[in-house]
Ligand binder design. Structure first.
Ligand SMILES: [Zn+2]
Length: 323
């Protein structure tokens, strides 16, 4: 997929048919960053065999110091891309290139722009200046405005870490959901510990990502401050994923409720799992299916109040067990 995407860019460059803007999806410190650098070397390399990786142009691109490129990334304190940085980038690419050729603006972790920045960028995307290239590098394209995505060519190198993590917990969660409702106390305890294991896996992965994302400014902090910042970042992301986990659990049980209520819903959310859902619906009355939904909402709220996860799941799944 990587090689194919690269060939597409090369062909576009050689035939003079590059798009003005690209969203590059992948690791913003790994494959997507490298792809963006190679892309820029193609534009700024001074030799016939492009990119040579040796000439002044290539080396300046690699150091992120080429005069006709401007790199923007989130500020370490707010973790957000600043509006003034986006404005500076737009201003730069609207001016004449120092080298007389291409101008490029690159936004790393582009999903960390606020709405104001995104709207400013949108205007530039609608009327891009001549000979400009805009690269938006992200591992969470779903966080960008759909109108931005639609004006860019999308290059997907990998789902990125967050995408991969989402895939992992979704598979684990489907195992739990397909075993609902618990047959009794023992089964409830088993499912509860599976849920706890899902959250532990999520937390481990998020911690690793957050540590990987530390930059020089962070590392200059003293140890106790750094610890506080790390914990805050980990918890903020953990809460986001937890909310997603509970949303999937609720969607699943809404499907069960529909079927248990005798509504033959044409549009089940989990329509691929209709057989499993129908089996589960047979074990429910409308009231007990509704109860399961309330219990899941209750668990989500208790988790937000920092009650130990194992206790919450143990009690919650026990209440959902078949009578
Ligand atoms: Zn070169």
């Amino acid at each position: 997929m990587h090689a194919e995407a690269w060939q597409g860019i090369r062909n576009g460059f050689e035939s003079g048919r590059l798009a003005h803007a690209y969203v590059i999806v992948g690791s913003t410190r790994g494959n997507a960053l490298q792809f963006a650098e190679s892309f820029l070397k193609l534009l700024f390399c001074e030799r016939a065999e492009k990119p040579c990786n040796e000439c002044k142009g290539c080396r300046q691109v690699e150091a992120h110091k080429h005069a006709d490129t401007l790199w923007v990334e989130p500020q370490s304190k707010s973790r957000m891309v600043r509006v003034e940085d986006v404005e500076a980038l737009i201003h730069r690419i609207s001016q004449t290139a120092f080298g007389g050729g291409w101008k490029a603006g690159i936004i790393l972790q582009a999903d960390r722009m606020n709405n104001q920045s995104e709207n400013k960028l949108l205007k530039t995307l609608e009327e891009p200046p001549q000979n400009t290239l805009l690269l938006l590098v992200t591992d969470s394209p779903q966080s960008l405005l759909p109108t931005i995505i639609s004006r860019c060519q999308k290059i997907v190198l990998s789902e990125g870490r967050i995408g991969m993590l989402n895939e992992i917990w979704q598979i684990l969660l489907m195992n739990v959901l397909s075993g609902m409702p618990p047959t009794g106390g023992l089964d409830a305890a088993r499912l509860a510990s599976q849920m706890k294991a899902i959250l532990d896996t999520v937390k481990e992965n998020i911690s690793a990502t957050v540590v990987e994302e530390l930059d020089q400014n962070d590392e200059a902090l003293d140890e106790s401050k750094l610890k506080v910042i790390l914990e805050a970042r980990i918890n903020a992301r953990l809460k986001e994923v937890q909310a997603d986990v509970f949303r999937v659990m609720l969607d699943w049980h809404r499907d069960v409720l529909m079927l248990a209520s005798g509504i033959d819903a044409e549009q089940l959310i989990f329509s691929n799992d209709r057989n499993v859902l129908e089996q589960q619906a047979k074990l429910h009355t409308q009231a007990s299916a509704l109860n399961a939904i309330r219990e899941i909402e209750n668990m989500a709220q208790r988790l937000d109040r920092n009650i130990p996860a194992m206790q919450i799941f143990d009690e919650g799944f026990r209440k959902m067990a078949r009578r």
